[in-house]
Each structure stands twice: as structure tokens, then as C-alpha cells.
Design a protein around this ligand. Structure first.
Ligand code: VG1
Ligand code: CO
Length: 541
């Protein structure tokens, strides 16, 4: 039986950089999830459609899945393909949408934000191409949330999501599938598994930290079972509703245990970590950390060593705040390079149009045209493939890269949980003085250009404005300021700083000290302390 429930708009259901993300109790509040899901179904029109559904296993994932299934049935969907246990990593969901040629998919995740009854939950919609909904769609969903008056839900028992195979729910087919199998097959088609297997057989040691989040089952199957890495290579391998109390954000701060291991006495050859929903990655060599922007550049420069990319790349895309290291590689390879706003949705058109093959963000996200999301394990496997072919250490590969292309020192400073009005005031003041900045000298750093980044999509011509303030200095240094679109508490200011060097004697500095002049200039320009009361960032990556 289908029930129509009267409801009314709930303020603030505006999707951010990556879907709608809120505190779990907010999501569990009366009509909250239902209003958003009905608005989504109203916009994408559910009738007769097939969707993929899965999430990163965080608290409320299982209950939300049952609600979404009952609402999909009530709205006339023909079929939903669900990962067993309502689990799917974000890249695996993207792949399944494409493989099964569905009409899109719903992913339940707040990505790298902590999970639990008092932490974060989220819902995002992906399009038939497997990629995150573009702004036009998320805006339409948001508009719908402001006028919603009712939602539809089927009255039925829970679907048994532990049982593989087909079931029926109020006239809709529900197919429960193995969340790992198709994804693992895709990885086997892209990478030289026998070369990587031989490397592990030869004694190569790795530590993969899945941070009690979704990549555990994927990493155990692929690294330990299919590639022969030693049992126990994958740590924190079981997804838990609260991620074991960990903050599943793979960076040197939150994956400190992995950093300690790789910088410790008996360090393995290679370390990696991924985030809550499996789309991010951090890569560490023995005694050396690889910044995400450098990782993107190294992967782009060496991708042809993997079977899936042996024909070369079509182009390279990076988000605006990501360092220009990948641009150097594109120029050397004679490829187009693209600079997009923050958020994976902006890469979709470039990938669909065959203009770019590899994409990346400074926020530990790298991916390619194999899916339409960033993909943590993909990046880790591409690194393994490169290591297996080049038979060099991570440190050797990185040093050789810097010598050949120059080095873009890079860091991101996050100032978290700032009162929203103060963060907004700071950005407004900064935007107000952009034209006055040109020519200003900050201790020898002279501003050559300052603007508020706007992007015109080269494929569909859509325009996105106010994507972050960029201040460029003579000589290739740069500071970027923007506010996070994924936080759930106050505002998070992200300051991105970069400095480019080519001299062989300039390549071995500690990044924070190499960047100190740019950091000082950025603070002076934006008046960060004055507006926010903060002198030092909470997280440095
Ligand atoms: C952050 C990152 C951005 C990334 C987004 C989603 O957004 O900076 O690069 O695409 O998270 O990643 P923001 O607006 O907070 O800076 V995930 O792993 O949450 O899907
Ligand atoms: Co993520």
C-alpha cells in the first residue's frame, strides 16, 4: 500500500560541494530524509526508472536505505540495485550506474566526515553517466525542497539487504548485489595485476589503512586476495557505523598511525589510506609523503605504464586550488589541461566529452574516465602498477619527477568551525579589494593578478561564479581562499598556498618553510586573524 504523507519545507536542504550533508540527528529528524528524497524523485522523475543505491556503512545507513527503497517503490521506480548490506563505495556506485546503464544512483555518505549518532550523514544523487549531479540539478532539487507539501512511501516490511538476489517491494524489483565484485573486475581490466602480484611475491610490503570505512572489503579482496599482498596488509578493514571513532579523512593528521608506520624503523615500502566513502586516497612512501597535487602529476606522467592507459591520455584536469604540478606534465606531453571549480561534478563533462582522462583535486582525490567519481583504490593501484614497472621506490620516483618538471610546493591550511558571519565578512572584504591588490608588494611577493574564480564549462557552456579568490604573485606563487561546502558546523576557511621552484638546490625544503612567505602574504591580504580570531590553522595538509 502507498501512503501519501503531508509535510512542509524544512529550511537548509541545499546540497553543497558533494550532496546534502548534515548532522545525523538532523537527518534523522521528522520528515527530513523523506522531504529531501521526495524532492529528488520529483526532479529526476522516478516512474519506470532503475537506480543504484548504497552507502559507506555509517550510522543510519541501513535505516535510510530502507526508507529510500520504500519511497522509490511508492514513486513508481521499476528497479533498485543495492549493494549487499546497503554498502557501496562511491566509485563502485559510479561504476555500477554505468555498468548496469541505470538512470542514476543515490549514495548515502558524508564522505570523510566522521560518522555516528552525533556525527555526520549525507545523501547525494549521481546521474546516468555515474557522476555527481551538476549544479542545475542540485539547484532544482533544492528549489523543490522549499515548496514540498507531501511525500509518498510504501508500507512494507524491510527488504532483507543481507541476502543476495532479487526481491520485490510493493511492485518494485530490488536486486541485492555483491558490492565488490564488479568493481574488482574493473580494476583488473585497467592494471597489470600479474606485475603487481610478482612485486608482492618478491617481498614488497604495503600497509593499507581503510580507517574502518567502506574500502576495507574492497582492499582485502583486491590487495590481499587477488594481488597476494600479505594477510594483514589492510588494517582497519571492517566498516563500522562510527568508523571505530576514527575521522576517516586520509591526510597526515587523521591518518597519523599510517604516517608513523611509514616514517618508523621497520617501515613497509608503501602506505595508503582512503576515506569514509572510498573516493579519496593518501599515498606515502617509506619515509616520504606524497602530496595529493604531486601524486596527480606523477600518476599523469606515468599512467601509460598501466595497460588501461597505454594509449596515452586525452587531457588532464585539476580543480583550481590544486597545484599546477599536473599542468607541467600536460605541457610536456602536449596535452590540454583544464582548471575547474572545486568538486568532482565539474570533471564529468570533460570526461564524457573525451577531453580529459585523468583528473584530480588537492583534497586527496584522483580519478580517471573509468568512472565519474574520484577513486581512492584506483589511485593506489595505479601507484602500485607504476612501482611494479619502474622498480624504483616512491622517493626515487618523486625526486626524479621534481628534477624533470620542477617542484610546486603546496599546502592547504584549514580554519574550522569559524562563526559563519565572520567568515562571510572576511570573504566579502577580500572580494571588495581584489582590484586594489594588483601591484601590491608583500615582503617581495608582488601581486600580479587577483580575481574571484569563475568557470565556463567548455562542453555545455554553463557558468559557475564565486568559486574562490585567487591571488597570483610574480614568479608563480599563489594563494587561494575559499569557504568549504561540505562542513556541518559553522564555516571552514580553506587557504591554499603554492610556490613553484626549478633550481636543483631548491627541491629539498620542508614545504611549510618553503611556503612561509606566501603564507605570511595571504594572512596580510585577507586579515585572517582580524576577522576570524585565528592565527593558526586547525589542519594543515
Ligand atoms: C571538499 C574538498 C573538495 C572535494 C569535496 C568532496 O570540499 O575540498 O575538493 O571535492 O570535499 O569530497 P569543500 O567544499 O569542503 O572544500 V568527498 O571525499 O566529501 O566526496
Ligand atoms: Co569521499
Amino acid at each position: 500500500m502507498i501512503t501519501t504523507v503531508a509535510t512542509s519545507p524544512i529550511a537548509g536542504q541545499k546540497p553543497g560541494t558533494s550532496g546534502l550533508r548534515k548532522k545525523t540527528p538532523v537527518f534523522m529528524g521528522r520528515h527530513y530524509l523523506e522531504n529531501f528524497v521526495q524532492s529528488l524523485f520529483d526532479v529526476v522523475d522516478c516512474k519506470g526508472k532503475t537506480f543504484v543505491l548504497g552507502g559507506d556503512g555509517r550510522y543510519f545507513n541501513d535505516r535510510a536505505a530502507q526508507v529510500i527503497l520504500r519511497m522509490a517503490a511508492a514513486n513508481g521506480a521499476a528497479r533498485v540495485i543495492v549493494g549487499q548490506g546497503a554498502l557501496l563505495s562511491t566509485p563502485a556506485a559510479s561504476h555500477l550506474i554505468r555498468l548496469m546503464k541505470t538512470d542514476g544512483g543515490i549514495i548515502m555518505s558524508a564522505s570523510h566526515n566522521p560518522g555516528g549518532p552525533n556525527e555526520d550523514f549525507g545523501v547525494k544523487f549521481n546521474m546516468p553517466n555515474g557522476g555527481p549531479a551538476p549544479e542545475s540539478v542540485t539547484e532544482a532539487i533544492y528549489a523543490r525542497t522549499t515548496s514540498i507539501t507531501e511525500y509518498r512511501v510504501a508500507e512494507a516490511q524491510d527488504v532483507d539487504l543481507a541476502r543476495l538476489g532479487r526481491q520485490e517491494l510493493a511492485g518494485m524489483q530490488v536486486d541485492v548485489v555483491d558490492p565488490v565484485a564488479d568493481y574488482a573486475t574493473l580494476m583488473e581490466s585497467l592494471f597489470d595485476f600479474s606485475a603487481i602480484r610478482a612485486m608482492f611475491a618478491g617481498g614488497f610490503r604495503m600497509r593499507m589503512d581503510s580507517m574502518c570505512a567502506i574500502t576495507g572489503p574492497y582492499a582485502v579482496e583486491i590487495l590481499e586476495k587477488r594481488l597476494g599482498a600479505a594477510p594483514g596488509t589492510v588494517v582497519n578493514a571492517v566498516p563500522l557505523p562510527d568508523f571505530g571513532g576514527l575521522h576517516p579523512d586520509p591526510n597526515p593528521t587523521w591518518a597519523k598511525a599510517l604516517m608513523d608506520e611509514l616514517f618508523g624503523p621497520d617501515a613497509p615500502d608503501f602506505g595508503a589510506a582512503s576515506d569514509g566513502d572510498g573516493d579519496r586516497n593518501m599515498v606515502v612512501g617509506r619515509g616520504i609523503y606524497v602530496s595529493p597535487s604531486d601524486s596527480l602529476a606523477v600518476l599523469a606522467a606515468n599512467a601509460h605504464l598501466a595497460p588501461g592507459y597505454k594509449a596515452g591520455l586525452k587531457g588532464i584536469a585539476r580543480s583550481m586550488p590544486t597545484s599546477a604540478a599536473a599542468d607541467r606534465v600536460a605541457e610536456a606531453l602536449g596535452l590540454h589541461h583544464y582548471e575547474t571549480p572545486t568538486g568532482w561534478k565539474f570533471f564529468g563533462n570533460l570526461l564524457d566529452a573525451g577531453r580529459a582522462t585523468i583528473c584530480g583535486e588537492e583534497s586527496f582525490g584522483t580519478g580517471s574516465d573509468h568512472v565519474r567519481e574520484k577513486d581512492g583504490l584506483w589511485a593506489i593501484l595505479l601507484w602500485l602498477n607504476i612501482l611494479a614497472v619502474r622498480k624504483e621506490s616512491v622517493a626515487q620516483i618523486l625526486r626524479e619527477h621534481f628534477h624533470r618538471y620542477g617542484r610546486n610546493y603546496y599546502s592547504r591550511h584549514d580554519f574550522e568551525a569559524i562563526p559563519t558571519d565572520r567568515a562571510d565578512a572576511m570573504m566579502a572584504a577580500l572580494r571588495g579589494k581584489l582590484s586594489a591588490l594588483k601591484g601590491m608588494d608583500y615582503d617581495g611577493l608582488v601581486v600580479s593578478h587577483a580575481d574571484d574564480f569563475a568557470y565556463t564549462d567548455p562542453v555545455d557552456g554553463s557558468v559557475s561564479t564565486k568559486q574562490g579568490v585567487r591571488v597570483l604573485f610574480d614568479g608563480g606563487s599563489r594563494a587561494v581562499f575559499r569557504l568549504s561546502g561540505t562542513g556541518t558546523e559553522g564555516a571552514t576557511l580553506r587557504l591554499y598556498v603554492e610556490r613553484f621552484v626549478t633550481g636543483p638546490d631548491e627541491l629539498e625544503e620542508e614545504p611549510q618553510s618553503a611556503l612561509a612567505p606566501v603564507i605570511a602574504a595571504a594572512h596580510a591580504i585577507a586579515g585572517i586573524a582580524g576577522f576570524t580570531g585565528r592565527n593558526a590553522p586547525d589542519v594543515v595538509t
